[in-house]
Design a protein around this ligand. Structure first.
Ligand code: SAH
Length: 241
């Protein structure tokens, strides 16, 4: 083989390699997901194998706008419109682990947003009921979840402070927006033996992530875990003003 033939061969090989890598980056974010799991989730101490496994599979980028896909797996929250955000991957993993989900559980989520947290839970439990106060977000999350084949998630547009009395009581309740105080109506909708994970505190600063456990006699115990910063859980009347 002469030098010209060899350089042509190398050229073809390079072209095949780059087009394969480019193809992978464009349509398949599995490498991004793998790095997210290693560098953001496992390295910070999340150990629940089921949480790690579902977050390794779920295409987080498909829950946000296409222009943001390249940063879908970055280490922070991202805007989803209407002044709201999809939570940081680590926070989703940490809260899901704290919730201790099981395959027979019925879960209530307040703050559907993009639908990503609901999707993570849907892979781990029997059914997820999720409430979103911004109708455009609720409708769009419902569409995304349907398109991706999630059949065990029910999305409702409404005020999360009221919970979902018709489907209560719930084995688990998770809030992804922060009320200033623990909403009593939601604690009432928690099953004895149930568990609730929620951020609580003033708007934008000084919030704590709480775990609330209700024992079999109905007694409630509250524990603080991390300091956090979530979007506020708003009241219906504020949205109408
Ligand atoms: N879990 C979401 C992140 C949600 S951000 C995800 O995975 O993408 C918090 C969401 O809570 C926002 O979409 C906000 O509109 C919603 N929210 C705020 N107050 C609410 C309320 N009272 N009832 C229901 N949803 C509320």
């Amino acid at each position: 083989m002469n030098v010209r033939q060899l350089s042509k061969l190398i050229g073809i090989a390079c072209l095949m390699f780059t087009s394969q890598v480019a193809g992978q980056d464009k349509n398949d974010y599995s490498n991004h997901r793998k790095k997210m799991i290693e560098n953001q989730i496992v390295s910070r101490g999340v150990t629940d194998e089921n949480v790690i496994s579902v977050m390794s599979e779920i295409p987080r980028h498909l829950f946000i706008e296409e222009s943001q896909w390249p940063i879908a797996y970055s280490d922070g929250p991202l805007p989803i419109g209407h002044g709201q955000t999809i939570s940081q991957p680590y926070i989703v993993a940490f809260m899901t682990e704290l919730l201790q989900p099981d395959t027979h559980h019925v879960v209530l989520e307040i703050g559907t947003g993009s639908g990503y947290q609901a999707a993570v839970l849907a892979k781990l439990v029997h059914h997820v009921f999720t409430i979103e106060i911004v109708s455009e977000l609720g409708r769009s999350a419902r569409k995304t979840l349907k398109r991706l084949g999630y059949e065990n998630v029910s999305v409702r547009v409404g005020d999360g402070y009221k919970g979902w009395p018709k489907e209560a009581p719930f084995d688990r309740i998770i809030l992804t927006a922060a009320p200033e105080e623990v909403p009593k109506a939601l604690v009432d909708q928690l099953k004895p033996g149930g568990r609730m994970v929620l951020p609580v505190g003033p708007r934008w600063w000084g919030q704590d992530l709480l775990v609330i456990e209700k024992d079999l006699t109905g007694e409630v115990i509250e524990k603080k875990t991390l300091p956090v910063r979530f979007v506020p859980m708003v009241h219906e009347k504020e949205r109408k003003n």
